[in-house]
Design a protein around this ligand. Structure first.
Ligand SMILES: O=P(O)(O)OC[C@H]1O[C@](O)(CO)[C@@H](O)[C@@H]1O
Ligand SMILES: [Mn+2]
Length: 447
Protein backbone atom coordinates (compact mmCIF):
# COMPACT_ATOMS: atom_id res chain seq x y z
CA UNK A 1 0.00 0.00 0.00
CA UNK A 2 1.40 3.40 -0.86
CA UNK A 3 2.14 5.90 1.86
CA UNK A 4 0.73 9.11 0.51
CA UNK A 5 2.09 12.54 1.32
CA UNK A 6 -1.37 13.96 0.87
CA UNK A 7 -4.47 11.97 1.63
CA UNK A 8 -7.59 13.71 0.27
CA UNK A 9 -5.51 16.89 0.25
CA UNK A 10 -4.37 16.43 3.87
CA UNK A 11 -0.57 16.64 3.89
CA UNK A 12 1.84 14.83 6.21
CA UNK A 13 3.39 17.07 8.84
CA UNK A 14 6.88 17.95 7.65
CA UNK A 15 9.89 20.12 8.49
CA UNK A 16 9.46 21.73 5.09
CA UNK A 17 6.92 24.04 6.73
CA UNK A 18 9.43 26.51 8.18
CA UNK A 19 8.60 27.48 11.76
CA UNK A 20 6.27 24.50 12.32
CA UNK A 21 6.74 22.17 15.30
CA UNK A 22 8.07 19.52 12.88
CA UNK A 23 10.61 22.04 11.58
CA UNK A 24 11.76 23.03 15.07
CA UNK A 25 12.01 19.38 16.08
CA UNK A 26 14.18 18.42 13.11
CA UNK A 27 16.24 21.59 13.35
CA UNK A 28 16.82 21.73 17.12
CA UNK A 29 15.50 18.80 19.13
CA UNK A 30 16.76 15.87 17.05
CA UNK A 31 20.38 17.15 16.84
CA UNK A 32 20.29 17.71 20.61
CA UNK A 33 19.17 14.12 21.14
CA UNK A 34 21.99 12.89 18.88
CA UNK A 35 24.52 14.96 20.80
CA UNK A 36 23.32 13.42 24.06
CA UNK A 37 23.58 9.93 22.56
CA UNK A 38 27.17 10.62 21.46
CA UNK A 39 27.99 11.92 24.92
CA UNK A 40 26.46 8.85 26.59
CA UNK A 41 28.51 6.47 24.45
CA UNK A 42 31.64 8.45 25.19
CA UNK A 43 30.99 8.44 28.94
CA UNK A 44 30.74 4.65 28.84
CA UNK A 45 34.15 4.24 27.23
CA UNK A 46 35.68 2.67 30.34
CA UNK A 47 32.86 0.21 30.65
CA UNK A 48 33.40 -0.88 27.03
CA UNK A 49 37.11 -1.23 27.72
CA UNK A 50 36.49 -3.35 30.80
CA UNK A 51 34.10 -5.59 28.91
CA UNK A 52 35.73 -5.86 25.50
CA UNK A 53 39.25 -4.46 25.86
CA UNK A 54 40.75 -2.51 22.97
CA UNK A 55 37.99 -3.77 20.65
CA UNK A 56 35.45 -2.01 22.86
CA UNK A 57 37.33 1.28 22.53
CA UNK A 58 37.52 0.95 18.76
CA UNK A 59 33.78 0.24 18.63
CA UNK A 60 33.06 3.28 20.78
CA UNK A 61 35.06 5.50 18.43
CA UNK A 62 33.54 4.04 15.30
CA UNK A 63 29.96 4.35 16.61
CA UNK A 64 30.56 7.97 17.61
CA UNK A 65 31.98 8.73 14.21
CA UNK A 66 28.88 7.27 12.49
CA UNK A 67 26.60 9.26 14.78
CA UNK A 68 28.48 12.51 14.15
CA UNK A 69 28.15 11.87 10.44
CA UNK A 70 24.42 11.25 10.96
CA UNK A 71 24.04 14.53 12.84
CA UNK A 72 25.81 16.33 10.02
CA UNK A 73 23.57 14.72 7.37
CA UNK A 74 20.52 15.81 9.32
CA UNK A 75 21.66 19.38 9.92
CA UNK A 76 22.64 19.94 6.30
CA UNK A 77 19.47 18.32 4.92
CA UNK A 78 21.31 15.54 3.08
CA UNK A 79 19.43 12.70 1.36
CA UNK A 80 18.13 9.87 3.53
CA UNK A 81 20.45 6.85 2.98
CA UNK A 82 19.60 3.15 2.80
CA UNK A 83 20.44 1.08 5.89
CA UNK A 84 23.42 -1.26 5.75
CA UNK A 85 23.32 -3.43 8.91
CA UNK A 86 22.03 -6.97 9.37
CA UNK A 87 18.82 -6.49 11.35
CA UNK A 88 15.72 -8.29 10.07
CA UNK A 89 13.94 -5.05 9.19
CA UNK A 90 16.58 -3.63 6.80
CA UNK A 91 14.76 -4.56 3.59
CA UNK A 92 11.52 -3.17 4.86
CA UNK A 93 13.18 0.16 5.75
CA UNK A 94 14.93 0.38 2.40
CA UNK A 95 11.72 -0.39 0.55
CA UNK A 96 10.00 2.34 2.53
CA UNK A 97 12.70 4.77 1.42
CA UNK A 98 11.96 3.85 -2.19
CA UNK A 99 8.28 4.35 -1.53
CA UNK A 100 8.99 7.83 -0.16
CA UNK A 101 11.20 8.51 -3.15
CA UNK A 102 8.41 7.61 -5.56
CA UNK A 103 6.12 10.03 -3.77
CA UNK A 104 8.76 12.74 -3.93
CA UNK A 105 9.10 12.28 -7.71
CA UNK A 106 12.28 12.62 -9.80
CA UNK A 107 12.97 16.22 -8.99
CA UNK A 108 13.90 15.95 -5.34
CA UNK A 109 15.67 13.34 -3.17
CA UNK A 110 14.08 12.22 0.09
CA UNK A 111 15.77 14.31 2.79
CA UNK A 112 15.50 15.34 6.42
CA UNK A 113 13.74 18.67 5.98
CA UNK A 114 11.63 17.76 2.94
CA UNK A 115 10.11 14.40 3.83
CA UNK A 116 7.35 13.55 6.30
CA UNK A 117 8.39 14.29 9.88
CA UNK A 118 7.13 10.94 11.16
CA UNK A 119 9.35 9.13 8.68
CA UNK A 120 12.58 11.04 9.27
CA UNK A 121 12.18 11.06 13.06
CA UNK A 122 11.68 7.26 13.15
CA UNK A 123 14.58 6.88 10.73
CA UNK A 124 16.90 8.76 13.07
CA UNK A 125 16.30 6.21 15.85
CA UNK A 126 16.88 3.36 13.42
CA UNK A 127 20.17 4.95 12.32
CA UNK A 128 21.28 5.18 15.98
CA UNK A 129 20.64 1.45 16.15
CA UNK A 130 22.59 0.93 12.94
CA UNK A 131 25.63 2.75 14.37
CA UNK A 132 25.66 0.23 17.22
CA UNK A 133 24.85 -2.85 15.12
CA UNK A 134 27.77 -2.09 12.85
CA UNK A 135 30.05 -2.23 15.92
CA UNK A 136 29.29 -5.67 17.31
CA UNK A 137 30.87 -5.66 20.74
CA UNK A 138 28.65 -2.75 21.78
CA UNK A 139 25.57 -3.64 19.67
CA UNK A 140 23.33 -4.28 22.66
CA UNK A 141 24.22 -1.09 24.49
CA UNK A 142 21.05 0.88 25.27
CA UNK A 143 21.96 4.55 24.84
CA UNK A 144 18.77 5.58 26.62
CA UNK A 145 19.04 3.25 29.56
CA UNK A 146 20.35 5.81 32.08
CA UNK A 147 17.41 8.16 31.53
CA UNK A 148 14.85 5.39 31.79
CA UNK A 149 16.37 4.09 35.02
CA UNK A 150 16.53 7.59 36.47
CA UNK A 151 12.88 8.18 35.63
CA UNK A 152 11.99 5.00 37.52
CA UNK A 153 13.89 5.95 40.67
CA UNK A 154 12.71 9.57 40.67
CA UNK A 155 9.07 8.54 40.84
CA UNK A 156 9.31 6.02 43.67
CA UNK A 157 7.02 8.02 45.90
CA UNK A 158 4.21 8.09 43.36
CA UNK A 159 4.68 4.38 42.67
CA UNK A 160 4.30 3.63 46.37
CA UNK A 161 1.02 5.54 46.41
CA UNK A 162 -0.24 3.59 43.40
CA UNK A 163 0.80 0.20 44.73
CA UNK A 164 -0.73 0.97 48.12
CA UNK A 165 -3.99 1.87 46.37
CA UNK A 166 -3.84 -1.31 44.31
CA UNK A 167 -3.02 -3.66 47.17
CA UNK A 168 -5.73 -2.03 49.33
CA UNK A 169 -8.26 -2.69 46.61
CA UNK A 170 -7.07 -6.24 45.87
CA UNK A 171 -8.22 -7.49 49.30
CA UNK A 172 -11.93 -7.16 48.64
CA UNK A 173 -11.97 -6.72 44.90
CA UNK A 174 -14.33 -9.62 44.30
CA UNK A 175 -16.96 -7.98 46.50
CA UNK A 176 -17.00 -4.64 44.69
CA UNK A 177 -20.16 -3.58 42.87
CA UNK A 178 -20.11 -2.75 39.16
CA UNK A 179 -20.23 0.96 39.92
CA UNK A 180 -17.36 0.73 42.40
CA UNK A 181 -15.34 -1.20 39.84
CA UNK A 182 -16.12 1.39 37.21
CA UNK A 183 -14.93 4.14 39.54
CA UNK A 184 -11.61 2.38 40.15
CA UNK A 185 -11.29 1.69 36.43
CA UNK A 186 -11.75 5.36 35.55
CA UNK A 187 -9.16 6.41 38.07
CA UNK A 188 -6.54 3.92 36.94
CA UNK A 189 -7.23 4.67 33.27
CA UNK A 190 -6.58 8.35 34.00
CA UNK A 191 -3.44 7.54 35.99
CA UNK A 192 -2.15 5.58 32.97
CA UNK A 193 -3.14 8.53 30.78
CA UNK A 194 -1.26 11.13 32.83
CA UNK A 195 1.63 8.72 33.22
CA UNK A 196 2.33 9.69 29.63
CA UNK A 197 2.76 13.35 30.59
CA UNK A 198 6.16 13.35 32.15
CA UNK A 199 6.89 11.48 35.28
CA UNK A 200 7.71 14.13 37.81
CA UNK A 201 4.87 16.48 37.03
CA UNK A 202 2.33 13.87 38.01
CA UNK A 203 4.33 12.23 40.75
CA UNK A 204 5.61 14.70 43.25
CA UNK A 205 6.07 18.01 41.48
CA UNK A 206 9.62 19.28 41.73
CA UNK A 207 10.10 17.97 45.21
CA UNK A 208 9.97 14.22 45.55
CA UNK A 209 9.60 14.29 49.31
CA UNK A 210 6.30 16.15 48.96
CA UNK A 211 3.89 13.25 48.68
CA UNK A 212 1.35 14.42 46.13
CA UNK A 213 -0.71 11.41 45.21
CA UNK A 214 -1.19 10.64 41.51
CA UNK A 215 -4.70 9.59 42.50
CA UNK A 216 -5.53 12.84 44.29
CA UNK A 217 -4.27 14.98 41.42
CA UNK A 218 -6.75 13.41 38.99
CA UNK A 219 -9.55 15.80 39.94
CA UNK A 220 -7.55 18.91 39.15
CA UNK A 221 -6.26 17.37 35.90
CA UNK A 222 -9.75 16.45 34.65
CA UNK A 223 -10.42 19.78 32.83
CA UNK A 224 -7.38 19.14 30.66
CA UNK A 225 -8.82 15.97 29.13
CA UNK A 226 -10.10 17.32 25.82
CA UNK A 227 -11.80 14.14 24.63
CA UNK A 228 -13.01 11.65 27.22
CA UNK A 229 -14.44 8.41 25.84
CA UNK A 230 -13.73 6.41 28.98
CA UNK A 231 -17.37 5.36 29.31
CA UNK A 232 -17.15 3.70 25.88
CA UNK A 233 -14.01 1.86 26.92
CA UNK A 234 -15.82 0.66 30.05
CA UNK A 235 -18.85 -0.44 28.02
CA UNK A 236 -16.60 -2.41 25.72
CA UNK A 237 -15.08 -4.29 28.65
CA UNK A 238 -18.45 -4.93 30.24
CA UNK A 239 -20.09 -6.02 27.00
CA UNK A 240 -17.47 -8.73 26.50
CA UNK A 241 -18.53 -10.03 29.92
CA UNK A 242 -22.24 -9.78 29.24
CA UNK A 243 -22.07 -11.32 25.80
CA UNK A 244 -21.94 -14.75 27.41
CA UNK A 245 -18.83 -15.65 25.47
CA UNK A 246 -16.94 -18.52 26.95
CA UNK A 247 -13.46 -17.43 25.85
CA UNK A 248 -11.33 -15.20 28.01
CA UNK A 249 -11.30 -11.42 27.64
CA UNK A 250 -8.03 -10.12 26.26
CA UNK A 251 -6.76 -6.55 26.48
CA UNK A 252 -3.67 -5.51 24.50
CA UNK A 253 -1.61 -2.53 25.64
CA UNK A 254 0.70 -0.97 23.08
CA UNK A 255 3.24 0.46 25.47
CA UNK A 256 5.03 3.77 25.26
CA UNK A 257 7.56 4.92 27.87
CA UNK A 258 9.51 3.10 30.56
CA UNK A 259 9.86 4.55 34.08
CA UNK A 260 6.77 5.87 35.82
CA UNK A 261 4.50 5.52 32.77
CA UNK A 262 5.18 1.78 32.50
CA UNK A 263 4.34 1.31 36.18
CA UNK A 264 1.00 3.10 35.67
CA UNK A 265 0.28 0.73 32.75
CA UNK A 266 1.14 -2.31 34.86
CA UNK A 267 -1.08 -1.10 37.69
CA UNK A 268 -3.98 -0.71 35.26
CA UNK A 269 -3.27 -4.16 33.79
CA UNK A 270 -3.18 -5.68 37.27
CA UNK A 271 -6.53 -4.10 38.12
CA UNK A 272 -8.10 -5.43 34.90
CA UNK A 273 -6.99 -8.96 35.73
CA UNK A 274 -7.60 -9.00 39.48
CA UNK A 275 -11.08 -7.53 39.03
CA UNK A 276 -11.93 -10.20 36.44
CA UNK A 277 -12.65 -7.56 33.77
CA UNK A 278 -9.91 -9.18 31.67
CA UNK A 279 -8.20 -12.55 31.79
CA UNK A 280 -5.21 -11.96 29.58
CA UNK A 281 -3.04 -8.91 28.91
CA UNK A 282 -0.69 -8.70 25.95
CA UNK A 283 1.89 -5.94 26.19
CA UNK A 284 3.55 -4.70 23.01
CA UNK A 285 6.97 -3.08 23.30
CA UNK A 286 9.88 -2.10 21.11
CA UNK A 287 12.59 -4.45 19.87
CA UNK A 288 15.34 -1.84 20.23
CA UNK A 289 15.77 1.46 22.11
CA UNK A 290 13.36 3.93 20.54
CA UNK A 291 12.26 7.58 20.95
CA UNK A 292 14.41 8.03 24.06
CA UNK A 293 12.26 6.40 26.70
CA UNK A 294 10.20 3.63 25.06
CA UNK A 295 9.91 0.22 26.71
CA UNK A 296 12.04 -2.69 25.45
CA UNK A 297 11.88 -6.30 26.69
CA UNK A 298 14.80 -5.57 29.00
CA UNK A 299 13.04 -2.53 30.50
CA UNK A 300 9.89 -4.57 31.03
CA UNK A 301 11.70 -7.34 32.89
CA UNK A 302 13.94 -4.91 34.78
CA UNK A 303 10.95 -2.93 36.00
CA UNK A 304 9.19 -5.98 37.40
CA UNK A 305 12.41 -7.13 39.10
CA UNK A 306 12.94 -3.68 40.62
CA UNK A 307 9.40 -3.64 41.93
CA UNK A 308 9.90 -7.05 43.55
CA UNK A 309 13.15 -5.89 45.14
CA UNK A 310 11.71 -2.58 46.38
CA UNK A 311 12.11 -1.72 49.98
CA UNK A 312 8.42 -1.12 50.44
CA UNK A 313 5.93 -3.84 51.25
CA UNK A 314 3.15 -2.90 48.79
CA UNK A 315 5.53 -2.10 45.98
CA UNK A 316 7.33 -5.43 46.27
CA UNK A 317 4.04 -7.25 46.66
CA UNK A 318 2.82 -5.75 43.40
CA UNK A 319 6.12 -6.79 41.78
CA UNK A 320 5.70 -10.38 42.99
CA UNK A 321 2.13 -10.46 41.67
CA UNK A 322 3.29 -9.15 38.27
CA UNK A 323 6.05 -11.71 38.09
CA UNK A 324 3.45 -14.42 38.75
CA UNK A 325 1.19 -13.08 36.02
CA UNK A 326 4.12 -13.31 33.61
CA UNK A 327 5.04 -16.83 34.77
CA UNK A 328 1.45 -18.03 34.44
CA UNK A 329 1.13 -16.48 30.98
CA UNK A 330 -1.71 -14.20 32.13
CA UNK A 331 0.59 -11.34 31.10
CA UNK A 332 2.81 -11.64 28.07
CA UNK A 333 5.29 -9.30 26.46
CA UNK A 334 5.61 -9.13 22.68
CA UNK A 335 7.63 -7.15 20.23
CA UNK A 336 7.32 -6.89 16.50
CA UNK A 337 9.54 -4.99 14.04
CA UNK A 338 6.53 -2.98 12.86
CA UNK A 339 6.46 -0.94 16.08
CA UNK A 340 9.95 0.38 15.28
CA UNK A 341 9.17 1.25 11.68
CA UNK A 342 7.88 4.52 10.24
CA UNK A 343 4.55 3.25 8.92
CA UNK A 344 1.22 4.84 9.66
CA UNK A 345 -0.96 2.22 11.33
CA UNK A 346 -3.37 2.18 8.37
CA UNK A 347 -0.55 0.34 6.55
CA UNK A 348 -0.39 -2.42 9.18
CA UNK A 349 -2.91 -4.79 7.57
CA UNK A 350 -0.92 -4.80 4.32
CA UNK A 351 2.63 -4.43 5.61
CA UNK A 352 2.51 -6.43 8.86
CA UNK A 353 -0.53 -8.73 8.42
CA UNK A 354 0.68 -11.06 11.20
CA UNK A 355 0.67 -8.22 13.73
CA UNK A 356 -2.72 -7.00 12.50
CA UNK A 357 -4.10 -10.51 12.94
CA UNK A 358 -2.63 -10.63 16.46
CA UNK A 359 -4.42 -7.41 17.42
CA UNK A 360 -7.66 -8.70 15.91
CA UNK A 361 -7.71 -11.37 18.63
CA UNK A 362 -7.93 -8.68 21.34
CA UNK A 363 -11.21 -7.42 22.79
CA UNK A 364 -9.70 -3.99 23.36
CA UNK A 365 -6.40 -2.39 22.35
CA UNK A 366 -5.01 0.53 24.34
CA UNK A 367 -2.46 2.69 22.51
CA UNK A 368 -0.26 4.64 24.88
CA UNK A 369 1.36 7.94 24.11
CA UNK A 370 1.94 10.60 21.55
CA UNK A 371 3.91 8.73 18.91
CA UNK A 372 1.27 6.00 18.72
CA UNK A 373 -1.36 8.72 18.17
CA UNK A 374 0.71 10.23 15.39
CA UNK A 375 0.87 6.80 13.76
CA UNK A 376 -2.84 6.13 14.31
CA UNK A 377 -3.75 9.38 12.55
CA UNK A 378 -0.93 9.23 9.98
CA UNK A 379 0.68 12.41 11.45
CA UNK A 380 -1.27 14.63 9.12
CA UNK A 381 -2.47 18.16 9.14
CA UNK A 382 -6.08 17.14 9.88
CA UNK A 383 -8.74 19.65 10.81
CA UNK A 384 -9.52 19.40 14.52
CA UNK A 385 -13.12 18.35 13.88
CA UNK A 386 -12.35 15.46 11.53
CA UNK A 387 -13.57 12.23 13.15
CA UNK A 388 -11.08 9.83 14.73
CA UNK A 389 -12.62 7.07 12.61
CA UNK A 390 -11.82 9.02 9.41
CA UNK A 391 -8.26 9.74 10.51
CA UNK A 392 -7.68 6.04 11.25
CA UNK A 393 -8.27 5.35 7.55
CA UNK A 394 -9.46 1.79 7.89
CA UNK A 395 -7.23 0.76 10.80
CA UNK A 396 -9.61 -1.16 13.03
CA UNK A 397 -8.22 -4.48 14.20
CA UNK A 398 -10.39 -4.34 17.36
CA UNK A 399 -12.08 -1.69 19.51
CA UNK A 400 -9.24 0.67 20.31
CA UNK A 401 -8.48 3.62 22.54
CA UNK A 402 -5.66 6.14 22.50
CA UNK A 403 -4.41 7.38 25.89
CA UNK A 404 -2.22 10.30 25.03
CA UNK A 405 -1.00 13.63 26.31
CA UNK A 406 -0.56 16.08 23.43
CA UNK A 407 3.10 16.55 22.47
CA UNK A 408 2.79 16.99 18.70
CA UNK A 409 0.48 19.12 16.59
CA UNK A 410 -2.00 16.57 15.39
CA UNK A 411 -5.43 16.27 16.94
CA UNK A 412 -8.76 15.07 15.59
CA UNK A 413 -12.23 14.52 16.98
CA UNK A 414 -12.64 17.86 18.77
CA UNK A 415 -15.89 19.82 19.04
CA UNK A 416 -16.39 22.72 16.59
CA UNK A 417 -14.48 25.73 17.91
CA UNK A 418 -12.67 23.76 20.66
CA UNK A 419 -9.28 23.75 18.90
CA UNK A 420 -9.57 27.38 17.82
CA UNK A 421 -10.43 28.46 21.39
CA UNK A 422 -7.42 26.65 22.79
CA UNK A 423 -5.17 28.14 20.09
CA UNK A 424 -6.28 31.64 20.95
CA UNK A 425 -5.42 31.08 24.62
CA UNK A 426 -2.25 28.97 24.53
CA UNK A 427 -0.03 28.80 21.49
CA UNK A 428 1.60 25.56 22.59
CA UNK A 429 -1.48 23.64 23.76
CA UNK A 430 -0.77 20.83 21.27
CA UNK A 431 2.83 20.28 22.26
CA UNK A 432 3.22 21.09 25.96
CA UNK A 433 1.88 17.80 27.34
CA UNK A 434 -0.59 19.76 29.48
CA UNK A 435 -3.66 18.45 27.62
CA UNK A 436 -4.71 14.87 27.03
CA UNK A 437 -7.25 12.64 25.31
CA UNK A 438 -8.95 9.31 25.95
CA UNK A 439 -10.14 8.69 22.39
CA UNK A 440 -12.01 5.55 21.46
CA UNK A 441 -13.03 3.92 18.21
CA UNK A 442 -14.95 0.73 17.79
CA UNK A 443 -14.93 -0.87 14.43
CA UNK A 444 -17.91 0.15 12.44
CA UNK A 445 -18.81 3.79 12.32
CA UNK A 446 -17.86 7.29 13.38
CA UNK A 447 -18.67 7.85 17.07
O1 LIG B 1 6.62 9.19 24.35
P1 LIG B 1 5.56 9.84 23.53
O2 LIG B 1 4.36 10.24 24.30
O3 LIG B 1 5.24 9.04 22.30
O4 LIG B 1 6.20 11.17 23.04
C1 LIG B 1 7.16 11.26 22.06
C2 LIG B 1 6.82 12.43 21.24
O5 LIG B 1 7.63 13.46 21.49
C3 LIG B 1 7.99 14.10 20.30
O6 LIG B 1 9.38 13.99 20.21
C4 LIG B 1 7.41 15.47 20.21
O7 LIG B 1 7.52 16.16 21.39
C5 LIG B 1 7.33 13.37 19.19
O8 LIG B 1 8.19 13.16 18.18
C6 LIG B 1 6.84 12.13 19.78
O9 LIG B 1 5.60 11.91 19.25
MN1 LIG C 1 7.77 7.43 23.87
Amino acid sequence: MAADHTVHGVPSLSAKVVGSFAYLTVKDRLPTILTKVIDTIHRNKNKFFEEFGEEGIQAEKAAISLLSKLRNELQTDKPVLPLTDDLEDVDSWNQYLQRQQRLEGDQELVSWFKSPWLYVECYMYRRIQEALRLNPPISDFDVFNEGKTQSFFESQQAMIVLCTYLEGMRKNIKELSKSQLSEHFNKLLQVALWGNKCDLSISAGQDNSQKVSPIDSLVSLKPFILVDHSSMVWSTLISTQNSGRTGSVRVDIVLDNAGFELVTDLVLADFLVSSGLAHEIHFHGKSFPWFVSDVTAKDFQWTIRQMMAANHMWMSRSGVQWQNYVKEGVWSYHDHPFWTQPHEFCDMAADAPDLYATLQAADLVLFKGDLNYRKLTGDRDWKYTVGFHTALRGFRPAPLCSLRTLKANVQVGLQPGQGENLSSQEVDWMTSGKYAIIQFNSSLAEQ
